[in-house]
Design a protein around this ligand. Structure first.
Ligand SMILES: *[C@@H]1O[C@H](CO)[C@@H](O)[C@H](O)[C@H]1NC(C)=O
Ligand SMILES: *[C@@H]1O[C@H](CO)[C@@H](O)[C@H](O)[C@H]1NC(C)=O
Ligand SMILES: *[C@@H]1O[C@H](CO)[C@@H](O)[C@H](O)[C@H]1NC(C)=O
Length: 329
């Protein structure tokens, strides 16, 4: 009786493994074709300066940067690039929770609701796009960076970071808000939602949250109907997240992955010509807290993330004048 039960389990495992492998092989070939196409991107956008006076990130000939920065990796999911090679799919599925949902179907449903074209492939000699990446650090308090931050073409903010009441120090515009289901908040109609997907369910959630609101829980109870403009919604590419993990941070451990702040910084470097960074790190007293929380609390800096390597990398970017890091007060 018992043996029978075990055999059944083993059979099911083998069966699902076979299905998985078959799907993935089909997928890898498609991806290979995409890679061939992506390798031609360099010819379409040669390394020529952008129109910015201060700095043109993608045209930098810094060797340290060139080893890490891969212009051909798409930061945003699109219909044409949504296929994931097996090793990346596996890595992505290991972040939070494995899913039995059909990934291709999930993508198809997503792009029946939000735009499926590639975003931000418009780099070139006539473009100068300046971006502010605004973290949530308490070092923003008293900085008076607000007007300067607002003066950028794009202003990226993360999760629930509020602007009301903090305009003087953090600015008032938000062109892009990066969040995941568990950190979601409603958006005004000028703001792009950039979903950070840590699992298949997160992509299903955004589709649901913009339509019938059927998904009410992910890891816990989440907003099920989100106010956001559908035409402005995008999803960070899981392969991009993997690239940040692998190429920028060289993380070997399976149990850690890049923090939201670091992902957004590299995302901005792929989307913009000039990147200025605010609200990262501790304040001048060495305290780590959110600018919108009254009682500074010391929170674990690393946790699932590789805080040390991220910090060093950000400082290196600053040292090499690839970004400007504003450390506040
Ligand atoms: C590149 O993409 C285009 C359209 O997206 C497609 O028609 C073409 O066959 C692709 N090229 C290769 C080499 O796969
Ligand atoms: C997954 O979804 C795609 C697209 O809807 C479909 O073509 C494919 O047959 C599905 N695969 C499985 C294993 O159900
Ligand atoms: C955007 O939101 C504002 C205020 O919520 C509203 O008055 C306006 O009509 C909206 N615009 C569009 C195009 O939906």
């Amino acid at each position: 009786m018992r043996l029978c039960k075990y055999l059944k389990v083993i059979f099911m495992v083998l069966l699902s493994a076979t299905i998985f492998t078959v799907t993935v092989h089909k997928v890898s070939y498609e991806h290979f074709k995409n890679l061939v196409n992506n390798s031609m991107v360099d010819h379409i956008f040669p390394k020529e300066p952008c129109a910015c006076v201060e700095r043109c990130l993608a045209a930098s000939d810094d060797e340290w940067f060139a080893k890490r920065f891969r212009k051909d990796v798409s930061p945003v999911l699109a219909l044409s690039n949504s296929i994931l090679p097996e090793h990346i799919f596996k890595w992505w599925q290991s972040l939070q929770s494995r899913s039995t949902a059909n990934y291709s179907q999930v993508i198809k449903e997503l792009f029946s609701v939000v735009p499926g074209e590639e975003w931000y492939r418009d780099a070139g000699p006539s473009r100068c796009r300046t971006c502010a990446v605004v973290g949530n650090s308490g070092n923003l308090l008293g900085s008076h960076y607000g007007p300067f931050i607002d003066n950028h073409d794009f202003v990226f903010r993360m999760n629930k970071a509020p602007v009301e009441g903090y305009e003087k120090d953090v600015g008032s515009r938000t062109t892009h808000r990066i969040m995941y289901p568990e950190s979601a908040s409603h958006l005004d109609n000028n703001t792009h939602l950039v979903l950070l997907p840590f699992k298949t369910l997160d992509i299903q959630w955004v589709t649901s949250a913009l339509t019938d609101g059927s998904i009410k829980r992910t890891r816990f109870k989440v907003i099920n109907q989100l106010q956001a403009t559908r035409d402005k919604v995008m999803v960070m590419h899981p392969a991009f997240m993997h690239y940040v993990h692998n190429t920028w941070l060289h993380i070997k451990s399976r149990r850690s992955y890049p923090s939201t702040g670091f992902l957004v910084l590299i995302f901005a470097m792929h989307v913009c010509d000039e990147v200025n960074v605010f609200g990262f790190g501790a304040n001048s007293k060495g305290t780590w807290h959110h600018y919108f929380e009254n009682t500074p609390k010391f929170f674990k800096r690393t946790g699932k993330h590789s805080g040390g390597i991220e910090r060093e990398t950000i400082l290196e970017l600053q040292k090499r004048k690839l970004i400007d890091l504003y450390t506040g007060w």
